[in-house]
Design a protein around this ligand. Structure first.
Ligand SMILES: [Zn+2]
Length: 189
């Protein structure tokens, strides 16, 4: 089942997600729905706050990037209760987008190497290192469960330049091919 994606401006995107227990209701169905929603929107990652849930869960399928980075060919993963252990190296820029912020893409600076602790969909525990593009996608989704968006990492000038576009997204004034929930429209009802 495809779920509506929460648009920029909704407070749920700024809330830190809480850890979940093994008996979280219908977790496998939720994970399947998140993948379905992500694929339908042509995204490579989706975090629970983006479908309105303040929990520490995100899914990634980075295979669309396999042409540029062959190691991402089978990078399909579920991250439950992730905790970032370390980020290091020399920061690098990459043009990022976000399903909650359609039509905006900006260069974002991030560390190239990370180490993260998480559980997968079978509750198997992992402590793994990622680098480059894989690390970046994990960092972007991890930020979501920490209540952070990539737009907060931009320079004050870039922030000022995209502010009216961000406000327009909150009001639903954006052309988007997947289903979204817009905070400004919600309040009016
Ligand atoms: Zn995002």
């Amino acid at each position: 089942m495809k779920l509506p994606i929460i648009a920029y401006g909704d407070p749920v995107l700024k809330r830190k997600g809480i850890a979940i227990e093994k008996d979280y209701p219908d977790l496998q169905a939720l994970i399947a729905n998140m993948f379905e929603t992500m694929y339908a929107a042509h995204g490579v990652g989706l975090a629970a706050p983006q479908i309105g849930l303040s929990i520490r869960l995100f899914v990634i399928d980075a295979s669309p990037f396999a042409d540029d980075e062959p190691t991402l060919n089978d990078f399909k993963k579920v991250f439950i209760n992730a905790e970032m252990l370390d980020e290091h190296g020399e920061k690098w820029q990459f043009n990022e987008g976000c399903l909650s912020i359609p039509e905006i893409r900006e260069d974002v600076s991030r560390y190239p190497d990370i180490r993260i602790h998480y559980f997968d969909e079978n509750w198997t525990e992992h402590e793994e290192s990622f680098t480059g593009l894989a690390a970046r996608i994990v960092q972007h989704e991890y930020d979501h469960i920490e209540g952070k968006l990539f737009t907060e990492k931009l320079s004050p000038l870039r922030k000022a330049m995209i502010k009216s576009k961000l406000d327009a997204i909150s009001r639903g004034q954006v052309d988007v091919e997947y289903k979204m929930k817009f905070p400004a429209l919600k309040k009016k009802r």
